[in-house]
Design a protein around this ligand. Structure first.
Ligand code: NAD
Length: 439
């Protein structure tokens, strides 16, 4: 944040949102924005559109909407582009995803039908369950990155965009750990030329975005932009980045409930989470290597929120199990069950059961919108590198090296709103409130 220079370039002109992956989340997002623009629906779930921000003292009654407080791109100024390994347009992909009703999709069929995905950078070794043909070929991974950079610049001029952002909403790739190829820009670029296996397609998109000066958000749990080579590149190019893995469904619930249990010093013996889903995401996650990427992301939250090292009597050695079961009949309408074994006064055990009949893409779409608008704001405010203030949106928030991520959703929201206040030179809110009782 020390990078902030105190000026925000106004959000004038068109903002292009480039989506990697034109599946359930992306089509629900685009169709939703088109429906909202036409007054058919409301932007429910979006903080940028519906949220407010308190300014100054409680007695001042200054509570504007966030979008009126700070300069954000208007929905009417958004233009969408996408890459996918299947060549269906956004209308067909939306029908296939089966999230939104046909009636609603038909009302926005015109802009959706005209959105045809660009050829993807894809390699079946990183997403084993999918086979598509709308895929680029190139002599090495650097060549593919250059082709993406061309796509980006052509999209920008063809659509008359002033600014762009990129969001990864493509399938979850197999689990990769940071390796030497990821540790410096030089090593990463050499690995691109050498076609190294350490470089996943998502990293090629992120590299192309950053080199093109385009902010990048990672909605999946892949390592992608969470490697020193790309965080350094983002700093060097003055590009904001953030990730990983949209916080929706079960993990959203976890980061709402766990801080509450801890605030009352209630102990936890175990938390068992399982869910069924039947969309393409579920099919991809049915592959153990993609599931491992997701599992790592989902498991990290409780440990950090509950701090067993600080509260060993309450949280030492609790059992945490996460399962995802691919079950086609449910489509995108996931059902998540949680069994939470807690204990209270004198160690007496209690149980909490959650049965969340959620809709994955309905929860994820507004996050895409907010992330695109806030990343664009960050760029216009001259912020660069990892944007930890956007951790509110992620299951595994990216942080500066050596910092543990903050998972508590209430702290994340305070951090986000205080960042907005900071950008506008407003007083930060500590909730101390002692001044109301001064004589
Ligand atoms: N929906 C949620 O609540 C949620 C929450 C957290 C994370 N996510 C993640 O968001 C991503 C998208 O979810 P979804 O439900 O839309 O999945 P989806 O399977 O419907 O869509 C993903 C699309 O990405 C495409 N794709 C795969 N690899 C690609 C590549 N290299 N380049 C371009 N396109 C590629 C696929 O063909 C597919 O159309 C997944 O990784 C998922 O794990 C979703």
């Amino acid at each position: 944040m020390s990078q902030y220079k105190g000026e925000i370039v106004p959000a004038e002109g068109k903002l292009g949102i480039l989506l990697v992956g034109l599946g359930a989340v992306s089509t629900t997002f685009i169709a939703g924005v088109e429906a909202i623009r036409r007054g058919v629906s409301q932007p429910i779930g979006s903080l940028t559109q519906m949220g407010t921000i308190r300014l100054g003292k409680r007695t001042e009654n200054r509570v504007p909407k966030i979008k009126e407080f700070i300069s954000l791109a208007e929905l009417d100024d958004l233009v969408f582009g996408a890459w996918d390994i299947f060549d269906e347009n956004a209308y067909e992909a939306g029908l296939d995803a089966g999230v939104l009703e046909k009636d609603l999709l038909n009302q926005v069929s015109e802009p959706l039908s005209s959105l045809k995905p660009m050829k993807a950078v894809f390699d079946n070794r990183y997403v084993k369950r999918l086979h598509g043909t709308n895929v680029k070929s190139g002599k090495n991974k650097m060549d593919l990155a250059e082709q993406l950079m061309e796509d980006i610049s052509e999209f920008k001029s063809a659509n008359g965009c002033d600014r762009l952002v990129m969001v990864w909403a493509a399938s979850t790739e197999i689990f990769l750990e940071e390796s030497d190829e990821h540790r410096s820009i030089e090593a990463f670029e050499k690995a691109l030329y050498d076609d190294s296996e350490a470089i996943a397609p998502s990293m090629i998109y992120a590299y192309a975005a950053i080199k093109s000066g385009v902010p990048f958000a990672n909605g999946a749990p892949n390592l992608t932009v969470d490697i020193p080579a790309l965080t350094e590149l983002a700093d060097q190019y003055g590009v904001p980045i953030c990730g990983k893995d949209f916080k929706t469904g079960q993990t959203l619930m976890k980061t709402i409930i766990a801080p509450g249990l801890k605030s009352r010093m209630l102990g936890l013996a175990g938390w068992y989470s399982t869910n069924i889903l039947g969309n393409r995401d579920g099919e991809v996650l049915d592959d153990p290597e993609s599931f491992k990427t997701k599992e790592e992301s989902k498991l990290s939250v409780l440990e950090q929120i509950l701090q067993p090292d600080v509260y060993p009597d309450l949280y030492d050695g609790f059992s945490h199990v996460v399962r995802i079961n691919y079950y086609p009949p449910r489509g995108d309408n996931k059902e998540g069950w949680d069994n939470i074994d807690i204990f209270g006064w004198l160690g007496y055990p209690m149980q909490i059961k959650i049965d969340f009949l959620c809709r994955d893409s309905i929860l994820a779409a507004p996050l895409c919108l907010d992330l695109a608008l806030f990343l664009d704001l960050a760029k216009r405010a001259g912020m660069k590198g990892v944007q930890e203030w956007l951790s509110f949106y992620f299951k595994s928030p990216q942080t500066a090296p050596g910092l543990y991520p903050e998972h508590d959703i209430f702290i994340q929201l305070k951090k986000l709103k205080n960042t907005l206040r900071y950008l506008k030179g407003e007083e930060l809110i500590t909730h101390l409130g002692i001044e109301y009782y001064d004589d």
